[in-house]
Design a protein around this ligand. Structure first.
Ligand code: 7TS
Length: 414
């Protein structure tokens, strides 16, 4: 086990923590232990300062002004696109579309790519471990088009059953949409294999990377996925901004999702011609400061090194998995070989909300609930779990605080 100042990954944890102002506060008389990173992460000064600096110095709209401020804003906004392109290993920054979030990115693919291709009886293939944002858009679309939503099952270990997934890819499948890392279980899906299996049958693949991008190297070119979605706020960036990577050949064929300003080339009352991708999919004034903050967040991760982050978080997860099982009555949900970011558990006879509330009294922030993944809860016949999720600034002694808190829970409930 490593001490609390440096870790096995060689990361200077105290230096990192100094970058995150929100971590340094007391909650109910205890130092904050923030273990709800899968919901959203705290933000480093680099991000906060970049957002503030935009408003202090460069505040202007993008893509429309000849004046200096607008040009500065446009350059900063478009540089963020380039930064995301590099971070995700995309070949062309025109393959990066700014969205509000992962949710909007998935909806965009559903509406602009899949909807025109979906005929009655066609199929959309997802898995049992999706977040609601990778279920509901497909359900609505399938209802509208008389298509079929198929769900590849997972085992009780929280792992996708790959053989069944493979069998479920049919000649009617129009898209496979799969979560990279489950937010409720922490399962890391074998996306390379999933993409290969779908590709062998000529089916395009969307990966929901909301819980992967902050924790591991993602290279969309190496993966050869068709689409990849993520949210800034789970990767130390601002809320209200995310991105969709999409292969250029697809984007060129896709019709707009939303319409209005900035996504057009010309408009008359008879006819509108659309702008090129990515602008075609970015109607209206975008979240300019969000994009700028997101680029800073990615730069922040890159400065530490995503492999260093991954090694650090792996050691935290390993410690947490071991320590938590020593608390009487605790049961971990799922036991995937590859886990990232999060651990879900329940305690015999105690409701997860009560556990979350008592932990909060000790300054420990976790999420208790269904984690917007109710089908996962249904799989385990649970209404809710407690989830502890980790970020690059968490320390081993924070896991110890969680464990201590769980012992208090046991005492309160006898
Ligand atoms: N996909 C996954 C795997 C997620 O974990 C989330 C958010 C989303 C999609 C949607 O992301 P958004 O940024 O569009 O909201 N997950 C969670 C969570 O686990 N707790 O709060 C939000």
């Amino acid at each position: 086990m490593s001490d609390s100042t440096t870790t096995s990954g060689g990361l200077d944890i105290e230096k990192i923590r100094a970058d995150f102002p929100a971590l340094h506060q007391d909650i109910h008389g205890h130092p904050l232990v923030y273990l709800d990173n899968a919901a959203t992460t705290q933000k480093p000064w680099a991000v906060i300062d970049a957002v503030r600096s935009f408003y202090e110095n460069d505040c202007s709209n993008v893509h429309r002004g000849v004046h200096a401020l607008s040009q500065r804003a446009t350059v900063a906004f478009e540089s963020s696109r380039t930064a995301i392109k590099a971070f995700l290993g995309a070949r062309d920054s025109r393959e990066i579309i700014f969205t509000r979030s992962t949710t909007e990115a998935i909806n965009l693919v559903a509406h602009s790519f899949v909807r025109p291709r979906l005929k009655p009886g066609d199929e959309v293939l997802i898995t049992e471990m999706e977040h609601h944002s990778n279920i509901v858009p497909w359900q609505l679309l399938c209802d509208e088009k008389d298509a079929v939503l198929r769900v590849a099952p997972m085992g009780d270990d929280g792992k996708l059953i790959l053989e069944q997934f493979e069998e479920m890819i049919s000649e009617r499948t129009r898209i496979v949409s799969v979560v990279h890392v489950s937010n409720a279980l922490g399962t890391v899906n074998p996306v390379e294999e999933i993409i290969r299996l779908a590709r062998d049958k000529g089916v395009p693949v969307l990966i929901d990377g909301a819980q992967a991008v902050p924790h591991m190297k993602v290279d969309v070119s190496a993966l050869d996925c068709d689409f990849y979605a993520f949210s800034s706020h789970k990767a130390y960036g601002p809320t209200g901004i995310g991105a969709l990577y999409g292969k250029r050949q697809h984007l060129l064929e896709m019709t707009p999702y939303q319409s209005g300003g900035d996504m057009i080339l010309s408009v008359t009352f008879d006819r509108t011609t659309f702008n090129e991708p990515p602008h075609r999919f970015e109607a209206g004034t975008p979240n300019i400061e969000g994009a700028i903050g997101l680029a800073k967040a990615l730069q922040y991760i890159e400065t530490i090194g995503i492999d260093t982050v991954q090694a650090h978080e792996r050691s935290l997860l390993a410690h947490a998995t071991e320590a938590i099982l020593e608390v009487p009555g605790v049961r971990l949900i799922g036991a995937p070989q590859h886990r990232a970011g999060a651990l879900s558990f329940v305690m015999e006879g105690i409701h997860p909300h009560d556990i979350g509330t008592i932990l909060d009294q000790e300054g420990v922030a976790v999420r208790a609930g269904h984690h917007c993944a109710q089908p996962i809860m249904q799989h385990y016949h649970l209404s809710a779990t407690v989830r502890a999720s980790f970020g690059l600034y968490n320390r081993v002694d924070e896991i110890d605080a969680l464990i201590k808190g769980l012992h208090s829970v046991r005492e309160v409930f006898g």
